[in-house]
Design a protein around this ligand. Structure first.
Ligand code: GDP
Length: 202
């Protein structure tokens, strides 16, 4: 089996409203996190080469559940609820925050977080808080600057460098890259990270 076929074979497992509905805390998980509309669902779909695995939406703030996707019996990808959708009622925002906090604090099979930020709007207050919080919890973070096709190559690379400089002070951020689900740009780099975290060896 090669790298890609493992991800291409991903299957939707379950949506959980809270951690007690999640699959057993065994094996390995890599979770995708970011603001609503940052491109999480599109990234998971691109990596798994499936259009409808993860519902993508033009309406931000609609993915309110922890969505689990199974790669094999003990490896999963997780789409975490998007944060920071200003139009969502405060009560919903608090509920999402609690759900994410609970997952990040208690999920022992979590190997790392893929943090997605729209390349045009990186490092919002939410993103920075999440990185600081993860540092405190010893959670490693790898950053994707998404929707890179929206910028020309020069400005995209400049943005990469700027964000890199700002993230240097967070040792739990193990790397960052440009990514476009639409163009499948940067996808091979992401497989390398996931393979490392899942301890796949080929
Ligand atoms: P999520 O809320 O973080 O899961 O974000 P989605 O994956 O649903 O994406 C939000 C919006 O951004 C949708 O309209 C997607 O079509 C769009 N989008 C996601 N990735 C890309 C990309 O790589 N390029 C472009 N141009 N649009 C994207």
């Amino acid at each position: 089996m090669n790298t890609h076929s493992i991800y291409y074979a991903a299957k939707f497992l379950i949506s959980a409203g809270s951690l007690d509905q999640a699959p057993l805390d065994q094996g390995f998980e890599v979770a995708f996190i970011g603001r609503s509309n940052s491109g999480k669902s599109s990234a998971i779909n691109a990596l798994c080469n499936q259009n409808k695995l993860c519902r993508t939406s033009k309406t931000p703030g609609r993915t309110q559940l922890l969505n689990f996707f199974q790669l094999d019996t003990n490896k999963r990808l997780v789409d975490l609820p998007g944060y920071g959708y200003a139009k969502a009622p405060a009560s919903e925002q608090i509920a999402w925050q609690q759900c994410i906090t609970d997952y990040l604090t208690n999920r022992t099979c979590l190997r790392g977080l893929i943090l997605l930020m729209d390349i045009r709007h990186p490092l919002t207050e939410y993103d920075v808080n999440l990185i600081k919080w993860s540092l405190n919890k010893n959670i490693v973070v790898y950053v994707l600057l998404t929707k890179a096709d929206k910028l020309n190559r020069g400005p995209a690379l400049m943005q990469l460098r700027t964000v890199q400089q700002q993230l240097n002070k967070y040792p739990n951020v193990t790397g960052l890259q440009i990514f476009s689900a639409l163009k499948r740009q940067g996808i091979e780099q992401v497989y390398l990270i996931l393979n490392r975290w899942f301890e796949f060896s080929f």
